[in-house]
Design a protein around this ligand. Structure first.
Ligand SMILES: [Zn+2]
Length: 441
């Protein structure tokens, strides 16, 4: 079976090793957003990743630096345990999926919003004017996963609408919406590669019924973005929901810290990492997205609360003995250029935490070039300058693989992210082993 040694890991055994699918190169920098557009139309429609193809132009002859980078990336990893804990689904509903984006994202007279949309679609390899965005998004993502060994999986996120305090849908404050049924259907269509994460606003009247449904349909976690969805984690109305999550051992993935990609309800105070104590106290396993690595939050434990780096509050929580077996963090987006070197070093310097950190890509964001300027990592002493060309080459060809390789490469004072960070299955498959398929909890 012809494979491209420059891209494919020599380790471990890979029964259906595909070559890179023929796809146009993506230009990944802010100045060439327009260059991203139009990149998807040539994708083979939902080709199974078992069909080997010739490599893209420029890949041969094999690039020894890229081959070495990939060999290093997979060294010591079990691809079957590599479950990407943070991948977004997006769509416009053009396939009947029920997905929505806020109208402002479609209108040129809202330049920031429409740029946001073009950026995100570009990162996902989709032309802004595509009329089949739902399908194109999934096809592109599935195609990228074909460059990974068998067994690697991605958890695809549903995303509920913002709701007002009375529990009514708040479409005007919803940047985008991905229904549970769409995420479940995409996962069911590609069970070898995808699993799904439900998103249920806890203020909704039918929240518990929806949670039961998500459990029955095999959701592996619940995802909230409190600042955008308008969820106060400390609201006593959430206790029953928390109790149900704890009983089912279903993790709650919560965005902590500042959120730039999805403004939604614009309630930044609800993203305060300390708020997750309310869920932890009720026995819920909580995964704080991005380790709350962006922005500031009020130190609510202080007598006179003042803004501090949100990450420092996450650090405090991780060090509180009560949450040792319950509080986790995902490392998605962590090495983006908008994070501070102190955050990067802070995570790498704490190998005692690494068993509680989960790999996630925050797809499609690894395709947004300016978010991943590697110079900053080199300047901060986390990455060797010599590694840059191979990483850049890999990003142009497969942003998912680039994201993984980057996380495997960064070091601070000799310490990288431990292999256990990439054994995410250990955290996410607990329910799978406990619950037989189709049963309710
Ligand atoms: Zn995300």
């Amino acid at each position: 079976m012809p494979t491209d040694p420059a891209v494919h890991p020599p380790h471990p055994p890979h029964p259906a090793a595909p070559g890179l699918r023929r796809r146009p190169m993506l230009a990944c920098c802010a100045a060439s957003l327009a260059g991203w557009l139009g990149s998807l139309q040539c994708e083979a429609a939902d080709a199974e990743p078992t069909t080997p193809t010739r490599a893209v132009p420029g890949v041969r002859p094999p690039d020894p630096a890229l081959a070495a980078l990939l060999a290093d990336t997979w060294q010591g990893l079990d691809p079957g345990a590599l479950w990407d804990a943070h991948a977004h689904l997006l769509g416009t509903g053009d396939s009947g999926s029920g997905c929505q984006v806020h109208p402002h994202l479609m209108q040129w007279w809202h330049p920031v919003e429409s740029l946001r949309r073009r950026t995100i679609l570009g990162a996902a390899g989709i032309a802004a004017e595509s009329t089949a965005i739902d399908r194109a998004y999934v096809n592109r993502l599935h195609s990228l996963t074909g460059d990974f060994p068998a067994g690697a999986r991605w958890l695809l996120y549903a995303f509920d609408q913002a709701h007002d305090d009375a529990g009514r849908p708040w479409p005007d404050r919803s940047t985008f919406h991905v229904p549970d049924r769409h995420a479940a259907a995409v996962a069911a269509a590609h069970p070898q590669r995808f699993a799904w994460v439900a998103s249920i606003h806890p203020y909704r009247e039918d929240a518990l019924a929806r949670l039961d449904r998500a459990l029955a349909d095999g959701a592996l976690a619940i995802k909230w973005l409190p600042s955008a969805m308008n969820i106060d984690l400390a609201d006593a109305r959430l206790w029953t929901f928390y109790d149900r999550l704890a009983a089912a051992d279903l993790p709650l993935i919560v965005h902590g810290g500042e959120e730039k990609a999805v403004p939604g309800a614009e309630r930044p105070e609800l993203g305060n990492p300390l708020q997750v104590r309310a869920a932890l106290e009720r026995g819920v396993r909580v995964i704080v997205a991005h380790c709350a690595s962006l922005g500031q939050a009020l130190d609510l434990d202080a007598r006179r609360p003042r803004p501090v780096p949100a990450f420092s509050l996450f650090v405090r929580l991780m060090d509180e003995p009560a949450w040792q077996g319950r509080l986790l963090g995902d490392v998605s987006a962590l090495f983006q250029a908008n994070r501070r070197p102190a955050v990067w070093r802070g995570v790498l310097a704490r190998p005692d935490w690494h068993g509680r950190l989960l790999h996630g890509s925050d797809y499609p964001l690894p395709g947004v070039g300016w978010l991943y300027r590697l110079e900053g990592l080199v300047r901060a002493g986390l990455l060797a300058e010599a590694d840059r060309p191979a990483l850049e080459a890999l990003r142009a060809r497969n942003p998912l693989l680039f994201d993984l390789a980057l996380k495997r490469r960064v070091r601070w004072q000799g310490q990288g992210l431990a292999d256990g960070v990439f054994d995410t299955r250990a955290h996410l498959a607990r329910r799978v082993s406990k619950v037989s398929p189709g049963s309710t909890v």
